[in-house]
Design a protein around this ligand. Structure first.
Ligand code: TYM
Length: 343
């Protein structure tokens, strides 16, 4: 009933890392073959925690460069920054009135990010998932590639779409949109690296905000840095198991095998079939070689693109115009459905 369409976003905050690449951006690239895709640098999400206005444009251009360096084609698909398309904020307001406090109170990411001092968190951080739902649904996107940490937010997006469709069902039909106006967007969370862990601690997610740079591989790291970080990555003293079950009690080993599998486009079972029984010194050397071969060219291309901000800005400007045209169409229909008079 809904045309298949892909939407996803990445925040321009801090360092883009291997988790962002394997959990999200690599999937964005693959989906271009089969779908119309819209990829967004979510600068409005970024400011839910303080961002230095002198730094935000650089971070926005860096994420855009990463999209292109990884293989996203901004001509065939749409690449833009969120703040340039007003429909995101407009629809988010309507969703603020659809979503329930109880739903948002369950969001674990808000609890983690707000920490103990919840009174002092921005209101934006609290309603962040409503804006995320608006990002997706302002294009009536059906599929959303993300890492595992966004699963709960995607479930909320589905709840919001469903409640909007129910609350306004008579008006949706009266305006000729059939039974449902919004699709229930499906998360695409698949493969061996949906949750890449810190290289220093197999119990923590690899993250942009972790103070130790040794915990993550940044997309801009050079070959030496990649090699050093993998060599220093925490492991245990046992050789690799031959079966996936053997990874269960060994989070650090599981993480490195998952990273290898995702970079090589194979399964964890394939990796263990080849490397089962190997000592970490040997497996890490193979992983360094693979990671440098896959990530080196991306980092080099990112550096080249970041040095050409005029080109990056032209990509964002072109994408924003095209995204705006799609969003306006949805917003006109939404305003009619909600009962706002349009002039
Ligand atoms: P963000 O910017 O934190 O992360 C971007 C993408 O990277 C994934 N990711 C990971 N995947 C695997 N392992 C990790 N360690 C890891 N760390 C991050 C994230 O799951 C995400 O897919 N709220 C979103 C951005 C957003 C969005 C949207 C996404 C805003 N609106 C609409 C989809 C649809 C976020 O903060 O991602």
């Amino acid at each position: 009933m809904f045309k298949q369409k892909v939407f996803s976003g990445v925040q321009p905050t801090g360092n883009l890392h291997l988790g962002n690449y394997l959990g999200a951006i690599k999937k964005f690239v693959e989906l271009q073959k089969s779908h119309d895709c819209i990829y967004c640098v979510v600068d409005m999400h970024a400011i839910t925690v303080w961002q230095d206005p002198a730094e935000l444009p650089r971070a926005t251009r860096e994420v855009t460069s990463a999209f292109i360096a990884c293989g996203i084609d901004p001509k065939k698909h749409i690449v833009f920054n969120q703040s340039q398309v007003s429909g995101h904020a407009e629809l988010a307001w309507i969703f603020n009135c659809v979503a329930r406090m109880g739903w948002l109170n369950r969001m674990t990411q808000f609890k983690e990010k707000a920490g103990k001092d919840r009174e002092n968190a921005s209101v934006g951080l609290y309603v962040y998932p409503n804006l995320m739902a608006a990002d997706i649904l302002v294009y009536r996107a059906t599929h959303v590639p993300v890492g595992d940490d966004q699963k709960q937010h995607l479930e909320l997006s589905r709840d919001i779409a469903q409640k909007f469709n129910n609350d306004f069902s008579a008006s949706i039909q009266a305006h000729g949109h059939g039974e449902a106006f919004f699709p229930l967007p499906e998360p695409l969370i698949q493969g061996p690296a949906t949750r890449v862990m810190s290289l220093r601690d197999g119990a923590k997610k690899m993250s942009k905000s972790e103070p130790s740079d040794y915990s993550r591989i940044n997309l801009t790291d050079d070959a030496d840095a990649i090699a050093q970080k993998i060599r220093k990555a925490k492991t245990d003293p046992e050789p690799l198991p031959s079966e996936e079950k053997g990874l269960e009690p060994r989070p650090e080993a599981d993480n490195l095998v998952g990273i290898y599998a995702a970079l090589a486009d194979v399964t964890k079972a394939d990796v263990l079939h080849e490397h089962g029984g190997a000592q970490f010194s040997v497996f890490k050397a193979a992983l360094v070689e693979l990671a440098v071969a896959k990530l080196g060219p991306i980092g080099a291309e990112m550096k080249r693109l970041v040095a050409d901000p005029a080109y990056i800005d032209s990509v964002l400007a072109d994408g924003s115009v095209r995204a705006q045209a799609l969003a306006v169409e949805t917003m006109q229909a939404v305003k009619d459905i909600v009962g706002f008079i349009r002039h």
